[in-house]
Ligand binder design. Structure first.
Ligand code: NOJ
Length: 534
């Protein structure tokens, strides 16, 4: 913690998720890489972010885009070398940008040396590093369904047992009940922390522990296709996780100002579970709550979800907020059909950056970039390959960043690994940089406002009563008080300002900064954003 102003980067700052393959291609092979990210650090610094969550970059056969790690202490050649990684880290730190890595340790790739050993024979010392079982009554050991459909159990002909995979069959689950596994993972965490990495985004923490008795899950139509139509009572989320999180936290606490943010997959499990992974603020520093990624554009719904999220948080916990990531269509694609796209993007930006909690942006969100349309022949994501056209996969939201109007959007000198958006000549960094009212410049102003106003970084939060299409709240830190009013509708809405002190616009979409806003009735313009202060 910086004693001078007690700014804690992961708590008071802004974090941006970068999908490494799609940010910037420095070596001209059509795929983004680490050197590409390094080259764009000045852009990120200017955007006003304090941290990067770097999508998975360890060596991987890329069956699940790097969420299938073949070697935890390496960098995949697609992205560059360890030296490139170290350079990125040093250059980011020079700009006060922190870097957290994806820690994907519920499972490995089946190409990991540990799994190759484990499957080589029943008495291999690494056998028990994974979850192997005999069949039951001539079939799989339990009825558990993988998140991507089908049984979690895969028959291994050579050793005549089944191994467990919560995701793809090429992603065997590690056996977290084996201390040799956990110790090795903690050592891996230290390996990266020693390099100076600022922490981890921990993949699917709620899957680590499974029922030891392998009890069957109850079937349930309402659980939906992505839960294999069953309630996952026994196949995930079993007691004992707190002790593991405590150990992971202890590793981080051996270092200064490091953090972990937990992913609890998927939304159906709800915010209470996400909150539980923070303990009393002594387990995960942050934990993702994904409800906003699954709801429609509706101020009342948004408000209800944030209320619920705040209400389940432990007193010592700290929220983080997210509108987009690499697993769901981008927020502007979900919510913002033309012609309101850019207007809605500004409202979302203000919402995300002024709520209580750490905002996680997803690269491209700052220019209001939508998903790319994906044809069958473009599909890279295995989920899309398996389930097309019912499920088209996650390639759309993992699309190349739109830097300029050039041939390949300034992303690469050659055809990018995924298709570009048709609109990139209009929606790109170069164009928006020059346009004062662009979404990009609005994001920059919002991050600057957060930095200038402690109430937005760390202040208390109080709802202000409003029309159902508006969301209004007050953030307060000592005598710093900021009022936020957001109009989620395309028509104007009445609001009543009843502040004690005279207010003025600190930042807005429709009124000049500095202009006074009087006590009494106020007509809020369609999609207007207002940040008011004394
Ligand atoms: C969650 C990640 O966000 C997703 O992209 C991945 O496929 C699964 N975990 C499996 O690791």
């Amino acid at each position: 913690m910086n004693e001078a102003n007690d700014f804690l980067w992961w708590k008071h700052g802004v974090i941006c998720e970068i999908w490494p393959r799609s940010f910037y291609d420095a070596n001209g092979d059509g795929s983004g890489d680490l050197q590409g990210i390094t080259r764009k650090l000045d852009y990120l610094a200017e955007l006003g972010i304090d941290g990067i969550w770097l999508g998975p970059v360890n060596k991987s056969p890329m069956v699940d885009s790097g969420y299938d790690v073949a070697d935890y202490r390496s960098i995949d050649p697609i992205y560059g070398t360890m030296a490139d990684f170290e350079q990125l880290l040093a250059e980011a730190h020079r700009r006060k940008i922190h870097i957290i890595m994806d820690l994907v340790v519920n499972h490995t790739s089946d190409q990991h040396a540990w799994f190759k050993e484990s499957r080589s024979s029943r008495d291999n010392p690494k056998r028990d590093w994974y979850i192997w079982h005999d069949g039951k009554k001539g079939g799989a050991p339990s009825n558990w369904q993988a998140l991507v459909g089908g049984s979690v159990w895969q028959w291994d002909k050579a050793t005549k047992q089944y191994y467990l995979h919560s995701f793809l069959k090429t992603q065997p689950d590690l056996n977290w009940r084996n201390p040799a596994v956990s110790q090795e993972i903690y050592a891996t965490m230290r390996f990266w922390l020693d390099k100076g990495v600022d922490g981890f985004r921990c993949d699917i923490l709620n899957y680590f522990l499974k029922d030891e008795q392998l009890r069957d899950n109850p079937w349930s139509l309402s659980a939906g296709i992505f839960n294999g139509f069953q309630k996952h009572l026994y196949s995930r989320g079993q007691p004992g996780m707190e002790a593991i999180l405590r150990q992971m936290r202890a590793v981080l606490d051996e270092y200064k100002e490091r953090m972990m943010v937990g992913e609890v997959y998927v939304a159906q499990d709800g915010p209470a579970m996400a909150a539980a992974f923070m303990g009393k603020g002594d387990l995960c520093h942050l934990s993702f709550e994904f409800s906003l990624l699954f709801t429609k554009w509706d101020a009342a719904r948004f408000k209800e979800m944030i209320k619920r999220w705040y209400s389940v948080l432990p007193e010592e916990g700290w929220p983080c907020n997210v509108l987009s990531n690499h697993d769901q269509p981008r927020a502007v694609t979900r919510y913002a059909a033309a012609p309101d796209t850019q207007k809605r993007a500004r409202v979302m930006a203000a919402f995300l950056l002024t709520l209580r909690g750490t905002p996680f942006l997803y690269y491209g969100e700052e220019i209001g970039m939508p998903d790319s349309p994906i044809k069958r022949s473009d599909v890279m994501d295995t989920i899309g390959k398996m389930y097309w056209p019912i499920v088209k996969g996650r390639d759309g939201e993992r699309n190349p960043m739109q830097w300029d109007a050039g041939k390949f959007a300034g992303f690469s000198a050659v055809k990018p690994w995924l298709p570009l958006n048709a609109d990139y000549s209009a929606v790109n960094v170069e164009v928006q940089d020059k346009e004062p009212s662009s979404v990009l410049n609005f994001y920059r102003k919002l991050t600057a406002l957060r930095r200038a106003q402690p109430a937005l970084q760390k202040g208390g939060f109080e709802w202000i009563e409003s029309d159902k299409d508006l969301i209004a709240y007050r953030r307060t830190w000592q005598d710093n008080e900021i009022t936020i009013i957001l109009n989620f509708s395309g028509s104007s809405r009445a609001h009543k300002i009843d502040a004690g002190l005279p207010l003025k616009v600190l930042l807005g979409t429709h009124r000049d900064s500095g202009s006074p806003v009087d006590k009494g009735p106020l007509a809020v313009y369609p999609y207007e954003v207002l940040a008011l202060g004394a």
